[in-house]
Design a protein around this ligand. Sequence first.
Ligand code: GAP
Length: 516
Amino acid sequence: MASQEDVFKKLIAHSKEYGFVFPSSEIYDGLGAVYDYGQNGVELKNNIKKYWWDSMVLLHENVVGIDAAIFMHPTTWKASGHVDAFNDPLIDNKDSKKRYRADVLIEDLMAKYDEKINKEVEKAAKRFGDSFDAELFKQTNPRVLENSAKKNEIHTRFVKALNDSDLAELKQIIVDYEVVCPISGTKNWTDVRQFNLMFSTEMGSTADGALTVYLRPETAQGIFVNYLNVQKTGRMRIPFGIAQIGKAFRNEIVARQFIFRMREFEQMEMQFFVKPGTELEYFNKWKETRMKWHKALGFGDNKYRFHDHDKLAHYANAATDIEFEMPFGFKEVEGIHSRTDFDLSSHEKYSGKNIKYFDPEINESYTPYVVETSIGVDRMFLSVMASAYQEEALENGETRVVLKFPSALAPVKLCVMPLVKKDGLPELARQIIDDLKFDFKCAYDEKDSIGKRYRRQDAIGTPFCVTVDHDSLNDNCVTIRHRDTMQQERVKISDLENIIGKAVSMKELFKKIAEK
Ligand code: GAP
């Protein structure tokens, strides 16, 4: 069986070969951690965004959207804390001259202990067969106990060092556990220091005194500074939410794992404004709603888990991540944070403007508390690609690569194929597309054998292939082939819109989210 690493490599190659994701400016050898979406990638990405956007603004009467600018007044980032505290702890290896995030080195170290434990468990499971009790084994096996103790020890020191912003202790953990540089193999480390992740640029010409502005590192601040505009013009009453999708930029030092950690990426964020004291109730509600949104896609409930933060950000009083099982382990896809009134109070202080909410129910003004849901489009894209990618052995001995997307997210919904390139079949195929193109992204393919054409559509995850043959000219029927089962059925051309429409609609997904 192929290792997860091999599967991931294949997924990256497949993404490029089939027009999903290209390295940015590839003809100049690319730019680190920056990627472009191709013709199929952009359709999948747009569908993911629509799934998120509609789940916010259609399913919740009290959630509306905005689209704020990327550039914001620089004081925004002073007020938000990003100028002073949006840092990563960095460490360099003096021999390889490579730079690392100290926290990532320590997380990788802890993951190694987890791996050791898992290996012991797997070995024992093979040895003992059906009677094996993994939990009991973990509680009693001396090697497992030793490794868990070491991991816990590192974890405790790590969490404390993060909470105390103790850079010297982070380095000490690296030294004490003899972490080596993967390039040079040495333990010759510099001290750990902070590095700000924001990109900056100049606005205006230097002659008139250019203003240093930042490329926003999160979309959330565009929502905070507009909250009162939306509340007043939309006559919103607390609790209400503002949703936004847009680009964000971070000068990530450890850029790896394809589109998982990028320097330019996209976020889908929703800020939910609530009465102080009710924030944890809404935090729990949004946790549940967001998890349902993920699980509705049907990739398997066991692929997701919550991970509560060890260190709360400077603005949060509760925070959790929704992690998804990527080919390289469980990783954060979405963050849900109870951000208190930190941001609004701080903007009030720095701007000198009163941005309190007047609550007509209690006849009082207050600064709302905020619960935020924040998901990266690109990470979501990666999780969808990774779950959809499958290699299947066929009965005839061939293998097919198929992307089993939920139909609602598939970039192309159907491909219409005339059996042969003559006898009026291409014309009928084109006519079918002309009727369906208003509702669905359609493709047309008349080249090569039908089998090869199916394979091409499987590789980009098209849920339906529609074949037009000579009988179609007389009986007005076509053969529809389903991507996942490869089953074929004869249906009336006039029924296609209905059959495909039902299958690709997001409505069924939304119903699952709205279920009580
Ligand atoms: N407003 C809160 C906020 O920005 P975050 O946890 O830093 O919180 C939220 O980011 C989400 O944005 C993450 O869960 C992740 O999906 C995505 N994200 C963050 N940094 C990213 C990066 N460098 N590349 C791709 N996605 C990223």
